[in-house]
Design a protein around this ligand. Structure first.
Ligand SMILES: Nc1ncnc2c1ncn2[C@@H]1O[C@H](COP(=O)(O)OP(=O)(O)O)[C@@H](O)[C@H]1O
Ligand SMILES: [Mg+2]
Length: 417
């Protein structure tokens, strides 16, 4: 029986009030949340308020790797089979059409998608796919299964979902910017602290160097006329200690005043390979399993090759040393490409991952401080020097770790577009 006119009107008004309320509520809660996981949770629960769907999968763009990754906490095994990137057909369709993809209504458009994507949509019983689009790029997309009450999605459901997800896209972009900004502030703070420490260290290094040279030559002189084997051994030990101090001072100076960069076009993969050759003996001796993963064609940057080699050497040596007592000794070097969030620049991400003992959370902040070491004969200068060199190149050096789970050092170097 058709609804009476006034009943219909009442229904429409009620719906309008409901959507207005949701709209206000979305806005309020979405813009208040700065934490991405919380935001994703919130979006998922709002979707369920609008329509009871039996599946929600949110994919978000990782702008560093240019791949879409699960936004939801609970990954769906089905979706492990496929990797969405900026070049995926589905991503293209959503970017170009700027609207949702209604699977049951767009059988023609389905053929545009790749076979993998079509299979997946069928297998996961997906009915609606919404873009999360912000200004000029697809920040992510949301796949929804069928309604669990077996109803079809109404025009009204879809309008509300669209409203929600348009707002969600902006809120998600905001959290990404927010995260980027807090990371930047933290780095600035670190760079500042390092600069001051560097000046102090340079002052001290100069003061130490002169007396040290005098001590060294005096010991050498004393050793010349010495025939007593025991005493000679003591002299040798003294010399070794002096040389160790010298090495530290040398490191300090190079940290405080890195020499001018001599830039040229450098192939990062070649440089990594050269570094591995330098460490070949150690790697074989310690039975370390080395993997090199390169997922980008152009691996050339403009940089100072010998200084970068120094960085790679420091970082890889740290990885090797951290695996001293590990059952599994696996060193993975990766080279990927990425883009800045505003799409203005392109960079290489070079990662060094080990399966060593990892770093305690409390130590993470300290490891960039000159002389901070947890090793018996460490200098504590490898990381601060590396950090300085990468910074001088306009790049970034970051360390991610969990105790017992090993460490990943990521070095980000700009590539000219
Ligand atoms: N890959 C790694 N795994 C575990 N700890 C690490 C790793 N890299 C660096 N560290 C920690 O950071 C500290 C500082 O490193 P670094 O500046 O190279 O000095 P050093 O190697 O001489 O100790 C190390 O002593 C160690 O505690
Ligand atoms: Mg080191």
């Amino acid at each position: 029986m058709p609804l009476s006119k006034s009943k219909r009107r009442r229904q429409i008004l009620a719906r309008q009030a409901f959507s207005h309320m949701l709209h206000v509520e979305f806005n309020r809660s979405l813009t208040l949340i700065a934490d991405r996981d919380l935001l994703v949770n919130n979006i998922e629960s709002k979707i369920l308020q609008i329509a009871p769907v039996n599946r929600i999968i949110i994919f978000l763009l990782n702008s560093e790797t240019e791949k879409y990754v699960y936004g939801s906490k609970q990954p769906d095994e089905l979706f492990d089979k496929i990797q969405f990137t900026l070049n995926s057909k589905l991503v293209n369709w959503l970017s170009v059409n700027e609207t949702y993809f209604h699977v049951s209504r767009l059988s023609n458009a389905m053929s545009y998608l790749s076979d993998n994507e079509q299979d997946l949509i069928r297998e996961a019983d997906i009915d609606l796919i919404f873009p999360l689009k912000v200004i000029n790029h697809l920040n992510g997309f949301v796949l929804l299964g069928k309604r669990s009450d077996r109803e079809k999605f109404s025009r009204y459901d879809i309008d509300l979902l669209k409203l929600l997800l348009d707002q969600a896209a902006f809120a998600l972009e905001n959290t990404a910017l927010y995260e980027e900004q807090s990371a930047r502030i933290k780095k600035m703070y670190r760079a500042d602290r390092l600069a001051i420490l560097g000046q102090l260290a340079a002052g001290a290094a100069h003061e130490i160097r002169n007396p040290l040279t005098a001590i060294r030559s005096t010991i050498q002189y004393l050793g010349k006329g010495m025939h007593d084997a025991d005493k000679l051994e003591m002299i040798n030990e003294l010399m070794e200690e002096v040389d160790r101090i010298n090495k530290i001072v040398q490191g300090l100076l190079s940290f405080a005043k890195p020499s001018e960069l001599e830039k040229s076009k450098v192939d990062i993969v070649q440089l990594l390979q050269q570094t591995l050759v330098l460490l070949n003996n150690t790697i074989i001796q310690k039975q370390i399993d080395v993997d090199l993963n390169i997922s980008v064609k152009n691996t050339v940057v403009t940089a100072d090759a010998s200084q970068l080699k120094q960085v790679f050497l420091n970082v890889i040596l740290n990885a090797v040393e951290a695996m001293e007592n590990s059952m599994e000794k696996k060193l993975t070097l990766g080279v990927e490409s990425g883009r800045s969030l505003d799409y203005q620049s392109r960079y290489l991400l070079i990662s060094v991952t080990d399966s060593g003992k990892g770093i305690e959370p409390n130590d993470i902040e300290n490891i960039f401080i000159p002389f901070y070491t947890t090793k018996k004969d460490g200098t504590g200068l490898g990381l601060p020097i590396s950090y300085g060199i990468v910074n001088q190149h306009g790049g970034e050096l970051e360390i991610n770790s969990a105790p017992g789970k090993g460490v990943t050092v990521v070095i980000k170097l700009m590539q000219t577009l």
